[in-house]
Structures are given as C-alpha cells and as structure tokens.
Design a protein around this ligand. Structure first.
Ligand SMILES: NC(=O)c1ccc[n+]([C@@H]2O[C@H](COP(=O)([O-])OP(=O)(O)OC[C@H]3O[C@@H](n4cnc5c(N)ncnc54)[C@H](O)[C@@H]3O)[C@@H](O)[C@H]2O)c1
Length: 367
C-alpha cells in the first residue's frame, strides 16, 4: 500500500499534543512537511519530527507533490484561507474547529470541498469519546424514545490567565462559543438532530487577562428547539471558579426522552448512566468492548490515559476515509452547521431575540 503523505499547517499546541501522535498510530502514513509562521514553533516541531521539509509560508507546503493531505491547526482567522488554498491544490483537508470565522466562510469551504471531491473533516474531537459514540448509538436504536430534552454543561476555571489569540475577536471570531460550545452544539446535532430556532446570551467577565486586553465572551448559553420536537439548554463557561480545566472539569450531557434518560460525563469516558422508563434512578453502564475505539482503529483502548487517547482516533478516521474514498465523519458539513448555529447565537445575543435556523441543514445539502 502506498503511503499517504501529510502536511501540518500550524505546529502549535494541538498539532504536537494530538495530531502528530495520532498520525503516528496510523499505518501507511508519513508526515512529510510542516508549516508554521512562527520560526521558533517551527523549529520545535522540526526537532520533534526530524523533518527537513519545513516552511513558514504555506504555499511552499501546498506545492509539494508528496503532500496528499493537509491538517490545518492554526488560529481560527486563517482557517478559511488555508483550507480553500489546500482544496484548490487538490489536497484532502482536516481542519480544526471552529472551521471558520462565520457561517458564510464555513459554507463556502464545505461547497468547495464537495465540488473538488476531496475528503474533508472537522475536528469535533469529543465525538470520538467512546461514551459519546455509544450514547449516539443507543439513541439511534431508540433507547430514549421520543427525545424531550438535550442538556449540556461545560464548566471550566481558566481564571484570568492570558489565553493568547483565543481572547482576541479578530483572531478567534468568538470566545467560549467557538472554543468550547461549538463541540457541544455538535454533540446535540449528533444526538438529537438539527435546531429550528434558538435564543442565546453571552457575557464577558474579564476585559484584561494577565494584563492583555480581551474582547470576547467568557460565558455563553443557548436555549434551543430541535426539529424532532425536543428542547435544548447548552451552557459553557471559562470562569466556573474551582471547577478545574480540560478533561478534569465538568463536561456533562444529558438526554431525556419518553422511554429513558442517558447521561454522559467526559471524566468517565468508558461509561454512561442510564435510566429506563419506570426506574427511579440512573444506573452506571459500562461500554461494550467494540465501542472503546473508533471502528477499524487499531488503538489499544487500555494503553495511555483514556481521558486523552480517544483523540488519536480522529487521525484514523481522516486517513481511513482517504484510503477508502468515503466521506469523513464529522465533515465540513458538520463544521458549517455548527457555525450556522454559532452565528445565530451571536445575532440572538446582540438583538435579544429568538433566531430561526430551521433552514440551515437544507441549505448546506444544496451543492
Ligand atoms: N479539537 C480540539 O479539541 C481542539 C483543542 C485545541 C485547539 N483546537 C483548535 O486548534 C486550532 C489551533 O489551536 P492551538 O491551541 O494549537 O493554537 P496554538 O496557538 O498553540 O497554535 C497555532 C499555531 O498556528 C501558527 N500559525 C498562525 N498563523 C499561521 C499561518 N498562516 N500559517 C501557518 N501557521 C500559522 C501559530 O504560529 C501557532 O504556532 C484552533 O482552531 C483551536 O480552536 C481544537
């Protein structure tokens, strides 16, 4: 089997922690080129990989014939430019979330990728948590019956520390909404389906973080109606004092339906809590072995920290889709749909009213 050559654009935190180790677990794949506009970051990635093909200008990376696929992991402001250039150069593209600065950009990226018939994937990483995949499977099988409620709560304590480009609107687009709630919007699409309307609010608590100005929200909440008749309540914050950070903090999702309820917590990535109609409380349910890794992934689910190792299955999904010429899950469709919801949330918060979004799914299906 010929190797698939991958180029990384953006060699910062997520590329080094997540994408390089994930790609290293994929068979018949070689990371062949790196690009970062920051020479120091590029040098760190070069010394970690031993690669010689390193560039500060992404055009140089895209010219290479040994690069068949590209991972874009830069600040959000340049995602659209980099992704569109990669698609035009005929590369398959994996892009970090949120895939764009707004819905119009995201929709254009999705259309361009579809028309070019390349593989396209959005890094909605938490779909790869084994318990989330099992929850989606159970709901699809009818375990909760008619869904009544989707509820998600993401509580972290980032205090007032400087979070770099993430606190600057012209680089990130949105704050907590794109950074954290975008994943939970995607959970809700996966578990319940599309929203018909929403009302949202945002709040910024810190105008300075470690002496550096911030112009983005620290908290966001959305109240939604779904086309299946369910309600949604989604909340996410960076300022839940004492709640910790990252995988050791609250990431809770609950779905209640006519026939039962299911609860997911990121801190327990290999189990769910389930109650069936007539029962008085939730019971812990361990996952079947088949759900501990993504279908086809050779990752050993007992190796490494289960709060982190699921992330590597994202790379498997991207490479496997390229190899088998099939759509990636989640794709730019999912990235653009979440972006449509994000735009509506910003509009709703600014105008203080409900915003209709029932047209988004149909609009994105139009080629
Ligand atoms: N899916 C997840 O769970 C997850 C987790 C963390 C970050 N992210 C996303 O990944 C992306 C990157 O986040 P990060 O934490 O790695 O940020 P980071 O700041 O650590 O790294 C970004 C890198 O991109 C480089 N860069 C900026 N502009 C560039 C350009 N035009 N060409 C090449 N390189 C460029 C920067 O120099 C920097 O090294 C963001 O979109 C973020 O939202 C996703």
């Amino acid at each position: 089997m010929s190797k698939i050559g991958v180029g990384l654009i953006g060699c910062g935190g997520i590329s080094l922690q997540n994408h390089l180790p994930g790609l290293a677990m994929c068979s018949d794949v070689a990371v062949v080129a790196l690009c970062d506009t920051d020479p120091q970051t590029l040098e760190r990635a070069r010394s970690q990989t031993g690669l010689q093909a390193v560039f500060t200008d992404y055009h140089e990376l895209l010219k290479r014939e040994d690069v068949q696929a590209v991972l874009v992991a830069t600040p959000n402001v340049v995602h659209a430019e980099l992704v569109c250039a990669a698609i035009k150069a005929g590369k398959h593209v994996f892009c970090e979330k949120p895939i764009a600065m707004n819905y119009a950009e995201a929709r254009h990226m999705h259309q361009l990728a579809e028309r070019a018939n390349i593989r396209h994937m959005t890094a909605f990483t938490y779909r790869f948590v084994p318990a989330m995949r099992y929850m989606a499977h159970l709901i699809k099988q009818g375990a909760v019956g008619q869904p009544y409620h989707f509820r998600s709560c993401r509580l972290q304590d980032w205090g007032t520390r400087n979070i770099g480009w993430r606190q600057i609107k012209k680089l990130a687009g949105t704050g907590e909404l794109g950074d954290m709630l975008s994943h939970r919007i995607d959970y809700s699409h996966l578990l319940i389906g599309g929203m018909t309307r929403l009302v949202a609010n945002t709040k910024q608590f810190h105008e300075m973080r470690d002496g550096k100005p911030s112009d983005l929200e620290d908290w966001v909440t959305i109240l939604a109606d779904y086309s299946v008749g369910a309600t949604g309540v989604l909340e996410s914050t960076k300022v839940a004092t004492g709640r910790g950070e990252s995988a050791h903090s609250q990431d809770y999702v609950e779905v209640n339906g006519q026939e039962g309820s299911i609860v997911f917590q990121l801190e327990q990535p290999h189990q769910l809590q389930i109650a069936k109609k007539g029962e008085k409380s939730l019971k812990v349910c361990s996952l079947p072995r088949d759900f501990l890794t993504w279908p086809g992934s050779s990752r050993d689910p007992s190796a490494g920290d289960p709060l982190f190792s699921f992330r590597y299955d994202q790379s498997f999904e991207f490479i496997d889709a390229i190899r088998n010429q099939r759509p990636c899950t989640p794709s730019f469709y999912d990235g653009a749909l979440a972006q449509g919801v994000m735009d509506a949330a910003i509009q709703s918060a600014a105008e203080g009213r409900w915003v209709e979004i029932g047209h988004l799914e149909q609009e994105l299906r139009e080629k």
